[in-house]
Design a protein around this ligand. Structure first.
Ligand SMILES: [Zn+2]
Ligand SMILES: [Zn+2]
Length: 83
């Protein structure tokens, strides 16, 4: 089903886990585990904040871990580490 993605427009948005700094939120060291230090992730447009974490990238239940729904990007329908 890879062709499902071909017609979707992806644009870089600020990585929610590092808030664009490129530093990992929990270790405070580079690189951010979500965006690999880029500070941005690819998000399907129009961009929507992740409903599970409200866009803050932290899992609602495991609050020291990246959100299970968006993989810590803070965005719905995002692609981490694929820039
Ligand atoms: Zn990041
Ligand atoms: Zn999320």
């Amino acid at each position: 089903m890879s062709n499902v993605y071909i017609n979707i427009n992806y644009s870089p948005e600020t990585c929610g886990w590092c808030r664009g700094t490129g530093n990992d939120r929990s270790t405070h060291e580079r690189p951010c585990r979500i965006c690999e230090g880029l500070g941005s992730v690819l998000v399907a447009q129009p961009a929507n904040s992740c409903a599970w974490c409200n866009g803050n990238s932290v899992d609602r239940i495991d609050t020291d871990k990246p959100c299970r729904s968006c993989d810590g990007t803070g965005w719905a329908h995002s692609l981490a580490n694929e820039m």
